[in-house]
Ligand binder design. Structure first.
Ligand code: MGD
Ligand code: MGD
Ligand code: SF4
Ligand code: MO
Length: 729
């Protein structure tokens, strides 16, 4: 049996001793989270989306009982979406996991740790370091991500680990890295208010980022709002121009716009000459995208294309481009994101107020995972393959350089293929629910069955993925632990502990710490005692990087400042602005400091509609009250009232009448992989030939097709071929 040393770590308030691990009832029960007034308030950051709203948490006897939007926080300025108001409710759900479980049966932490280490070690001893992998998340704190990445890769000796952020923003990462030399979303939310033209491509902020949309509504410049989305979404309805293009024809559209800008002499040639590379080749390349051809592929008219191009041409003071999953989740996602970046560069719309090629990210700490998860990048935005980077990070964290792998991880889909082929035998899944959210669900769940050892770490043991685990580890959730998140505009904020986790659940941080001890790595991780101690380690890893945050002293400084955007170098620690954007000096992070024009010809999606499956299935967010696989939001009665009581399929009147489908009829939607029966809703919001389903229903990804962008390896969730027929009882 493993014994635990008594570390100095204090998270709740009691020390972590073997005794307390065995009997967590004693573990801080009834004690007030540190540094809080028992009947006061605590300022925190919402743990759902990447907007990163500030919340005020109201305490009674040391425990948060209510959440309201923080009026002083620069992000949300006193507003919150329904999920923020209901942030505390999911913590009280009846199915919160309270003990570790082995093969579905409750066990204690000491046994769980013993099993974890024995099984992982024996798999790796027998099959090598590549035989065990982890899948992490954009929904735990940066300090937890950093701990997990360092523990798994530098401590336990794993090589492969990725996260649900691959499903979400891997495309933006790849696109920025190639185009700008670093994964650097350049904007600040003030740009929503300061733009004359806002172009939203494959983004539905009214539903997915409602508080960002509030910032758009605060724009006093009477902006043009242009939405490119095959569906007439809530955002499209609020737009001044909506281009309902054929799904996945964005790349052609964007090249067509570049063609028109060049033809019409509407390019910012000074900016292009001084600050970019590859323009001449790009200009020649887009000559093959004249408007007539682009119109026939995208389904728009030549006049529409011209209006669009005229709206973003040089002379328009401030144009900002925003994209989300309609772009990132495509078979050619990276090149599409770069085609957006190319337009911003051509028109000189970067580095200035109200401009930018801006990827909006999704999960509360997707941006933290980009810098600190140690999956694709070595901690701090470094490169595993670069020996100087390995030396630097090793020194910053005080580990021997030999402990740092010299190769990056396989991507998520490649890890899964490794499981399928038997190369990977043990998988550890943390704070994500891929048995619902990954593409082609049957294939995913079948391959999980091949594993010798599946560990799932979640706040609920009822999730589709948790139910398949050999070993389940119960996690404390947002509100029950402390740490930092980074939001879409690169702002770091502190999320506070205001509740005690139920039963024996421990914060992810503490679970990683237990594993470090149990594995025999206590000495190596001696400095990793608390989230705030790890924050200091992560800070050191960013020194001299574009994301340098060495100027942020500590959590207190973050709280006092209303969050702080990266970068903040030490030299600027006392002199910085609340809203900052990148590239105001037009110096990019490439070796020649020029942004690159990158392009490839468009290709067709991997599964096109045909006679058997004539419709395209688009998937995405349903309502602002529903979060992903709904493990959390479905626990709130308030949020449930704000969402449809039953999932429905949106289908165009023409396609419906062809199948004699009336509104409210039960229909079967079928793809090559599965079928699902549900209610039809006839709506002109989808175009003919297309249907829409929200991703929140667990059956939706039974239908989707396993295909990824070749550069970012992000799944193409929003395009597969289906048929819909009336369900005859
Ligand atoms: N309420 C709520 N908010 C959320 C989330 C949630 O689950 N619920 N999730 C968060 C996360 S992690 C993310 S990543 C974001 C996602 O935020 P969004 O990306 O804004 O949301 P989606 O609905 O997935 O996709 C956006 C739009 O892409 C469109 N689209 C589909 N195919 C194409 C195409 O080929 N071209 C174009 N131009 N558009 C296309 C869809 O019709 C959809 O309206 O939301 C975040 N916010
Ligand atoms: N068809 C389709 N599928 C999609 C998408 C789409 O547009 N269409 N979008 C994709 C995108 S962008 C994303 S981001 C993914 C999201 O997919 P997932 O990451 O699988 O979805 P979530 O429901 O957010 O899962 C988070 C899990 O973490 C648990 N959890 C929450 N907080 C904590 C914590 O602090 N610690 C621990 N250990 N666990 C915690 C929750 O209970 C939940 O089980 O879905 C993807 N799937
Ligand atoms: S917009 Fe996002 S961060 Fe803000 S309250 Fe809603 S879910 Fe939370
Ligand atoms: Mo996402």
């Amino acid at each position: 049996m493993i014994t635990f040393p008594a570390p100095t770590f204090r998270e709740w308030s009691g020390p972590l001793t073997e005794d307390l691990v065995r009997d967590p009832a004693k573990f801080g029960l009834g004690q007030i989270p540190r540094r809080l007034q028992p009947n006061g308030t605590a300022k925190s950051i919402c743990g759902f989306c990447s907007t990163g709203c500030g919340l005020t948490l109201h305490l009674k006897d040391g425990v948060a009982i209510n959440a309201t939007p923080d009026p002083d926080y620069p992000v949300n300025k006193g507003t919150a979406c329904p999920k923020g108001w209901e942030a505390l409710t999911p913590l009280d759900a009846a199915d919160r996991a309270k003990t570790p479980k082995l093969n579905g049966e409750p066990t204690d932490w000491a046994t769980a740790m013993q099993i974890f280490c024995d099984r992982m070690k024996s798999v790796m001893a027998e099959h090598g370091p590549e035989s065990a992998a982890y899948i992490s998340t954009g929904q735990i704190m940066s300090e937890e991500m950093g701990f997990l990445g360092a523990l798994a890769k530098f401590g336990m000796g794993m090589i492969h680990g990725d996260g649900n952020t691959r499903q979400c923003m891997a495309t933006a990462v790849t696109a920025y890295k190639e185009s700008f030399g670093f994964d650097a979303p350049p904007f600040t939310y003030a740009d929503f208010e300061e733009s004359d033209v806002l172009v939203f491509i494959g983004a539905n902020p009214c539903i997915a980022h409602p508080i960002m949309w509030q910032r758009v509504l605060r724009n006093k410049r009477q902006p043009q709002i242009i939405v490119v989305d095959p569906r007439t979404t809530e955002t499209a309805m609020a737009a001044t121009q909506h281009y309902a293009i054929q799904p996945k024809s964005d790349l052609t559209l964007l090249y067509g716009l570049a063609y028109l800008l060049i033809r019409d002499g509407a390019v910012d040639t000074t900016f292009v000459e001084e600050h970019t590379s590859g323009y001449a080749e790009f200009a020649e390349f887009v000559q093959s995208y004249p408007p007539e051809q682009v119109a026939s592929i995208t389904g728009l008219t030549v006049t529409q294309l011209q209006t669009f191009a005229d709206s973003i041409r040089i002379g328009t003071p401030r144009v900002s481009f925003w994209w989300t999953m309609g772009v990132n989740q495509s078979h050619q996602a990276t090149r599409t994101a770069q085609a957006i970046i190319n337009l911003a560069l051509m028109t000189g719309n970067i580095g200035k107020s109200g401009t930018g090629a801006n990827s909006i990210t999704g999960q509360c700490n997707a941006m933290g995972s980009r810098l600190f998860s140690n999956t694709t990048n070595l901690i701090g935005g470094h490169d595993f393959k670069n020996p100087a980077h390995r030396e630097k990070v090793a020194e910053a964290i005080g580990f021997p350089v030999e402990s740092i792998p010299d190769q990056p991880s396989l991507a998520y889909d490649q890890i899964l293929e490794g499981v399928e082929s038997g190369k990977i035998k043990a998988l550890w899944i943390i704070a994500t629910n891929p048995s619902h959210s990954w593409i082609n669900q049957k294939r995913f769940n079948d391959l999980l069955n091949k594993l010798d050892f599946l560990v799932v770490q979640d706040m609920y043991d009822t999730t589709e993925t948790a139910q398949r685990a050999h070993l389940f580890l119960p996690a404390a959730a947002w509100g029950e632990k402390e740490g930092t998140f980074i939001n879409s505009e690169r702002r770091l904020g502190v999320s506070r502990q205001v509740r005690r986790a139920p039963g024996q659940a421990l914060s992810d941080f503490r679970i990683f710490r237990l594993i470090a001890h149990a594995w025999g790595l206590a000495d190596q991780f001696a400095e990793w005692t608390s989230p705030e101690a790890v924050f200091q380690i992560l800070k050191r890893c960013t020194q001299d990087q574009p994301c340098d945050i060495t100027g942020i002293e500590d959590y207190a400084m973050l709280q006092k400042s209303g969050g702080i955007q990266w970068p903040l170098k030490k030299a600027h620690a006392t002199d910085f602005q609340t809203e900052r954007r990148l590239f105001s000096d037009a110096q990019f992070f490439t070796p020649d400091q020029r942004a690159r024009f990158i392009f490839d010809p468009p290709e067709s999606p991997t599964e096109l509609p045909d006679d058997d499956y004539p419709l395209i299935l688009i998937t995405g967010r349903g309502t602002s009250a529903q979060w992903h696989t709904e493990t959390r939001t479905a626990k709130s009665e308030v949020l449930k009232k704000l969402a449809p009581s039953e999932v429905y399929l949106e289908i165009h009147p023409e396609d419906a009448s062809a199948q004699k489908i009336r509104d409210g009829d039960r229909v079967t939607i079928q793809s090559r992989r599965a079928s699902m029966t549900l209610k039809a809703r006839i709506s002109p919001g989808v175009s003919p030939g297309q249907v829409f389903l929200p991703m929140h229903d667990k059956r939706v990804n039974q239908l989707t097709h396993w295909s990824v962008d070749p550069h970012s390896r992000q799944p193409s969730y929003k395009h597969c071929a289906v048929k819909v027929v009336l369900k005859l009882d």
